[in-house]
Design a protein around this ligand. Structure first.
Ligand code: ADP
Length: 696
């Protein structure tokens, strides 16, 4: 990922700082991890050296470690500013379990309880204190803050300070002033998963970061399997229900666009015997808390939610995230989908979409409620930028490119995904060369994919394939639609570039609709020219022509189809145009197979789950015995979680239990060698887990 030229770049290597060894010791001691992940070490060392930092890392990459490790090593208190008070208890529980003294102050506490926490923090008995940004405005907190030694202030979900993002919170705007009001300015560390440059600039400016070291890590999440499926709306719930039923021992999140949809789908899942909770902003705080807790503690396997759910959710064993509709941007999608597989094990991210999602999204965008902090001009600029975000996710739904690669390209340079830019590059488009004919393919339900130019080819002429997304596992049947495209172009001309897609399709199909006859549209030359071509095919061609720059579909509530920059090409005698129809492989048994959380391919949309972090396992083959042991560990984890009233993942993650099943520890030293076991957890839970191994 490119650094922003305007920001100072962290050039200090870990060797310069001298903290490396100590930080690694703390990482192992408290968290049981042997090494830092990408970006973590630089950030930890910069914080320890007293530099402000901004860490931009995708969800699940491990941002928390970046400030939790320094917090254990710095002399004073670390204050963590986090937007969601409902999560603080879990975060603090997890830290205490790891042996780090942590506490929170929030509105769920009585005044007495708060006084106790303040007193403990004053005595140095609290190393990390979690608060919501609103807390900083209270006099009581300000008094407290002026009396204790604060070494570090961490701002989690720092993008909430920016109005350009979708999670803007005005209370974040007070953080900079709070920091400046402290008698001694502590180091300030901000973290976000939102990578856009504008938001980053806002974070630096509005939080008043001082010459921050900025670390932007690679955004890829190789353990996530991405899939996009074009599907009629009425089939979506059935598909999701079948999927959840097949994966009944896994946790999953389904994101819907509306509150109504979340409730309807949760009901449907429950009727089919699949435990599901709805979650949306219209529910009472109590009902939302219950839904969240039931999900986090594995009482219900599925939560069906609007985008109100999830920011900061640290449930590490979410195995799948399904989007019932197309989200508003790649950022939103990646953040939501990224909640799968935080433990590094396989996670599956499926986006279900169809054309009507695009219409709905466009409509929502135009109805965007006014933000009275902004002038009408600024509001329009924001709307424009939201349109651009939307276009990029539409491109994602239609691309035939590797899906990991599409997302990475987007984060590297969002503007490269603009339709016009694509259209301009398109002349250098190479024909798809590696459409391998695979006898083991099955055409799916008619999904078609548009093509973005030049995207698959690498410098060496080979096509990039990650092997862990549906596009890389699919083959694409190429269909010649030159005649359809020519007819569309003619029709747009006949209709004077003044109608939307629906009318164009009706005219080309020779519809007898009264409305059409009244407007004399049955008299234009292209009327009925495609009477034998299905509606859906014509729509696919129009959409792809818009993506490729032959057409231009205006924004707004009633999008009109105009000619695009390349429209002239369609009348040339050698004009040739193709669309690709996705063919998917039949189910492929995942290499990780039953051994890895029963991750198996869906019947109609196969996929192999790669095993991430494989170095942790080497070439280790999971045996049946290990699987049995893993299940026993899970049971014990559930029992312990119930006893201590905490979510199971706080005891140990799935990944840790897998490693434990491999190592089969019976001594303390062996138990400590398990990935994710620190000293405190050895002490708390080691004997009981080792008893399970001995009883085998
Ligand atoms: P983020 O806040 O970036 O979404 P988290 O901080 O919640 O991600 O971390 C995601 C998961 O990765 C957690 O389960 C965490 O314990 C684990 N993790 C973080 N750093 C490491 C590491 N260095 N080695 C192994 N696991 C790690």
């Amino acid at each position: 990922m490119n650094q922003d030229d305007d920001y100072p770049i962290d050039e200090k290597s870990s060797a310069d700082t001298g903290f490396h060894g100590d930080a690694l010791v703390a990482l192992k001691q408290y968290f049981g991890y042997d090494s830092f992940r990408e970006g973590q070490e630089d950030l930890v060392n910069a914080i320890l050296a007293g530099h402000d930092v901004l860490g931009v890392m995708p969800t699940g990459a491990g941002k928390s470690i970046c400030y939790q490790v320094p917090a254990t090593m710095l002399p004073g208190l670390t204050i963590v500013i986090s937007p969601l008070i409902s999560l603080m208890r879990d975060q603090v529980d997890a830290l205490n379990d790891a042996g780090i003294k942590a506490a929170f102050i929030n509105t769920t506490q009585e005044s007495d309880e708060q006084s106790m926490v303040f007193a403990q923090a004053r005595q140095g008995d609290v190393k990390m204190l979690y608060v919501a940004p609103e807390r900083l405005e209270t006099e009581r907190f300000r008094n407290f803050a002026s009396q204790v030694k604060i070494s570090l202030i961490t701002v989690d979900e720092a993008h909430c300070v920016s109005q350009w993002g979708q999670d803007f919170r005005s209370s974040y705007l007070g953080i900079g002033e709070f920091i400046d009001s402290l008698p001694v300015r502590p180091t300030v560390a901000a973290f976000t998963a939102t990578a856009t440059e504008k938001v980053r600039r806002d974070i630096v400016r509005l939080l008043r970061l001082k010459a921050p070291k900025i670390t932007v890590t690679g955004f890829d999440r190789p353990n996530l399997y991405f899939d996009i499926i074009n599907m009629p709306t009425k089939r979506k719930n059935i598909w999701i229900t079948e999927y959840a039923a097949k994966h009944s021992d896994e946790s999953g999140i389904v994101y819907c666009a509306t509150r109504k949809e979340t409730e309807a789908l949760a009901d449907e899942l429950n009727q089919h015997g699949i435990g599901a909770a709805a979650y949306h902003g219209g529910m009472s705080a109590e009902a939302r808390d219950k839904a969240q807790r039931d999900f986090v503690t594995d009482q219900v396997p599925v939560v069906v939610a609007t985008n109100a759910f999830g920011m900061g959710i640290d449930k590490s064993n979410v195995r799948y995230v399904i989007h019932h509709n197309m989200p508003e941007s790649i950022e939103a999608y990646y953040q939501e989908a990224g909640r799968a597989g935080r433990d590094g094990e396989v996670g599956r991210c499926t986006l279900l979409w169809n054309e009507s999602d695009i219409v709905t999204r466009r409509r929502l965008l135009d109805m965007d409620s006014d933000n009275d902090r902004m002038s009408p001009e600024d509001q329009e600029v924001v709307r424009q930028s939201h349109r651009r975000l939307l276009n990029a996710i539409i491109g994602y739904c239609r691309t035939t490119e590797c899906l990991h690669r599409y997302i990475m390209r987007y984060f590297a340079d969002p503007s490269s995904m603009d339709t016009v830019a694509n259209a301009e590059n398109a002349s250098s488009k190479k024909p798809e060369s590696d459409i391998n004919s695979d006898s083991n393919t099955a055409a799916d339900d008619g999904a078609t994919a548009g093509s973005l130019p030049n995207q698959d080819a690498q410098a060496d002429g080979k096509v990039f394939k990650c092997g862990n997304c549906a596009n890389c596992e699919s083959t694409f049947e190429t269909i010649d639609v030159s005649d359809v495209a020519r007819a569309v172009s003619r029709c747009v001309h006949d209709l004077n570039q003044s109608f939307g897609m629906g009318k164009i399709v009706s005219v080309l199909r020779g519809s007898k609709a009264q409305d059409l006859i009244n407007r004399h549209l049955d008299r234009v030359p292209s009327y009925g020219a495609l009477h034998d071509v299905p509606d859906a095919r014509i729509r696919d061609v129009i959409n792809q022509m818009a993506t490729d720059g032959y057409l231009f579909v205006s924004e707004g509530r009633l999008p009109i189809v105009h000619f695009g920059l390349r429209a002239g090409e369609t009348v040339k005698p050698d004009f040739h145009y193709e669309i690709k129809r996705i063919q998917r492989r039949k189910p492929v048994v995942a290499t990780s197979g039953s051994a890895f959380g029963s991750y198996d391919a869906d019947d109609s949309h196969g996929g192999t789950g790669s095993r991430p972090d494989s170095t942790a396992y080497g070439d280790y083959e999971v045996t049946e015995e290990d699987e049995t042991l893993f299940q026993k560990f899970r049971e014990l984890r559930r029992t312990i979680a119930q006893e201590i009233g905490k979510p199971p993942y706080i005891v140990f993650s799935d990944k840790t239990l897998r490693d434990m099943a491999r190592i089969k520890p019976v001594t303390d030293a062996q138990f400590l060698a398990v990935n994710g076991v620190g000293e405190n957890k050895l002490h708390l839970y080691g004997p009981r887990f080792m008893d399970v191994v001995r009883a085998q």
